[in-house]
Design a protein around this ligand. Structure first.
Ligand code: RUB
Length: 309
């Protein structure tokens, strides 16, 4: 459990970032807990996993991909029949299945998403999403001549990562401060707005890095089609019961370290984009209107709706 606590700290301190990356790291850690467990009965193993769940859930509030993955491991472990050996085997297999799911899903999303990109397009993105950069790199590999405009993404500057990754892949990139997003959308005649997501609610609202709503408004003003690329593990099942997905608030120091005493600084990390601004969700099972996502998932991942925590 000591290693998992260290990993949880890295997730909390943003040494490990991005929804997919956070979820995969959490599951690798759960797998280590299972492999190293000295539990002699399934119930004791389950107790350890519940403890691991609490530690990991506490790291980042707006990360359903991590929550769903952990819940799936717990769900399958609870359902396992047999003694501790068989239960451990099921638990490890479930971790491997989830990790493989993420790998397969991302490849499908890259393939599907790249079809939306035509040669000559100017595509604008915000923050860093491995799902989005993968689509852009795939389109580039297919020989499409694209120009990407990406934002700095204050305060943690994830846009640097996007720009660096794409430039290294040989893609033409223009980098702007966040407040230039509307200006660029208009003056460069952007063809496509493409973002990732941390969460998707049952109503098809997207939750992504702060600034994404402004990005959506700017795209809407210019009639630029806006797509969100995200795997289905990012669905927040709690929202189907009326709960609100939490918006992570981060340390004010990220914005202004030596701010004058008495100044109140607000630092929300994410914000919502309602479905009316999103033309389509690019997922591993296809491109869908955001409003249909809950229905799709009832068929695809029924276990997601069976949570009790
Ligand atoms: C990252 C962020 C990304 C999504 C999607 O925020 O908002 O757009 O997580 O990423 P942070 P991916 O840096 O605060 O974690 O497509 O890689 O899952």
């Amino acid at each position: 459990m000591e290693d998992l606590i260290q990993v949880a700290k890295k997730i909390k301190d943003l040494e490990i970032q991005g929804a997919r990356n956070v979820a995969k790291t959490a599951i690798r850690s759960m797998k280590d807990v299972i492999l190293n467990s000295s539990a002699t009965e399934p119930d004791l193993l389950l107790k350890e996993l519940l403890q691991a769940k609490d530690i990991l859930f506490d790291t980042r509030p707006t990360e359903p991909a991590m929550r769903n993955s952990i819940r799936y491991v717990l769900y399958e472990t609870k359902e396992a029949k047999g003694g501790i050996g068989a239960t451990k085997e099921i638990a490890v297999k479930t971790c491997d299945k989830i990790l493989k799911y993420f790998e397969d899903a991302i490849l499908k999303i890259h393939e599907i998403g790249a079809r939306k990109i035509l040669s000559g397009m100017q595509i604008m993105t915000h923050c860093h999403s491995s799902t989005v950069t993968g689509i852009l790199k795939k389109a580039n590999e297919q020989g499409k001549d694209i120009h990407v405009i990406c934002t700095e993404t204050r305060p943690r500057l994830q846009g640097h990562r996007t720009a660096k990754e794409l430039v290294e892949a040989g893609i033409k990139v223009t980098f702007v401060v966040d407040s230039a997003m509307r200006y660029m959308m208009k003056h460069l005649e952007v063809d496509l707005a493409l973002i990732g997501a941390d969460a998707i609610t049952s109503e098809g609202t997207i939750i992504n890095k702060i600034g994404t709503r402004l990005f959506a408004l700017a795209a809407d003003e210019r009639d630029v089609p806006m797509y969100c690329a995200a795997d289905t593990y990012k669905f927040s099942p709690e929202t189907s019961l009326g709960f609100l997905e939490k918006i992570e608030k981060r340390n004010p120091d990220e914005i202004w370290k030596d701010a004058p005493a008495g100044l109140y600084i607000e630092n929300p990390a994410f914000e919502t984009v309602p479905r009316r601004y999103i033309d389509g969700l690019i997922t591993e099972v296809g491109v869908f209107p955001p409003s249909s996502i809950a229905h799709q998932l009832l068929q695809l991942h029924p276990w997601m709706f069976d949570f009790k925590d």
